[in-house]
Ligand binder design. Structure first.
Ligand SMILES: [Mn+2]
Length: 307
């Protein structure tokens, strides 16, 4: 396992509920570096990114807000995550809202392209995030990264996506909230959607293994984007967009354990944690626990903790 590089992305501008900018600090307080190193992996914390000087950018959709800031964060992340990958590291981007994936996935795509390897995307999220800046009605750009990654039009204000990821290399998991405009576009693009209905019927293991087999067969890199709202709000309340019916504690750990066993994951986003909404750090701790499982920890036989 390559050395883990922690990159703080204190980004709040992809949506309207303040608090995600405290995410990186919460992950550190919850012991993310210790969790990684206790599984025997090297870890470096590169600190938090800062917003570069803003460019003059515009979008014809008047609903879109914080465009210049989101473009700025995207550029900063493209640079820093690429650095981490180029040094042979395993970057974990600690968000920050999901707009950070515009930059982290772009960096992963640029790096994979230079390596001559295909990039795959695993989207663990309640939402499909398949809006473009032109189709969003909320104007919240945290709902757009998958459309950028898939090469949809409407991102003129952003750097061109380095190597758009074809639909068969994108897998959505845990989806249970999709806007009509997104649904139509997803059908058009033929994106594989494992919504909660699929997970109810087939379980997690079979569809996830099918996707991982594909990554392995094509010698791909795998960027995983883990949104807090992938988890059920009863175990992960610290998110601005709770949707009932999310994955359970065990299901989420199982995903991470399968990912660990696959050895295929090359970069990871942790997004949408809003510590201001948390209940005594339970969500931050759960997310850090999930990172532990991705690093190889098994969840069994643990002492009962007092809260
Ligand atoms: Mn999301």
């Amino acid at each position: 396992m390559p050395k883990t590089i922690l990159i703080g992305a204190p980004i709040d501008t992809g949506q309207k509920r303040p608090g995600c900018l405290m995410g990186p600090a919460a992950y550190r307080v919850a012991g993310i570096a210790r969790e990684v190193s206790s599984e025997g992996h090297g870890v470096e914390d590169w600190g938090d990114l800062t917003l570069p000087p803003l460019l003059a950018v515009a979008c014809p959709n008047p609903a879109v807000h914080s465009l210049a800031e989101t473009v700025g964060w995207t550029v900063a992340l493209m640079d820093k995550v690429d650095d981490a990958l180029s040094q042979g590291g395993f970057p974990i981007i600690m968000g920050g809202d999901h707009s950070l994936a515009l930059g982290s996935a772009a960096a992963a795509a640029a790096f994979a392209h230079r390596q001559g390897r295909p990039l795959f995307l695993l989207w663990l999220d309640a939402h499909s995030d398949f809006h473009t800046p032109m189709t969003t009605t909320s104007g919240n750009l945290h709902g757009t990264p998958l459309a950028y990654i898939a090469g949809r039009e409407g991102f003129d204000a952003f750097p061109p996506f380095p190597a758009p990821v074809p639909a068969h290399r994108i897998c959505m998991f845990g989806i249970r909230s999709v806007d009509p405009a997104e649904q139509a576009a997803m059908l058009l693009h033929d994106i594989q959607v494992n919504d909660m209905r699929v997970i109810d019927e087939r379980g997690l293991v079979a569809p996830l293994r099918e996707f991982l087999d594909l990554v392995r067969a094509e010698g791909g890199m795998l960027h995983v984007s883990l949104d807090v709202d992938f988890l059920d709000p009863s175990i992960a309340p610290a998110v601005g967009t709770t949707v009932p019916g999310g994955t359970t504690f065990r299901e989420a750990h199982l995903v991470m354990e399968l990912l660990h066993e696959s050895g295929l994951v090359t970069s990871l986003d942790l997004v949408e944690l809003n510590p201001f909404l948390d209940d005594r750090g339970m969500t931050a701790r759960l997310m850090v626990d999930l990172v532990g499982s991705l690093m190889g920890k098994k969840v069994f036989d643990r002492p009962t903790r007092s809260k």
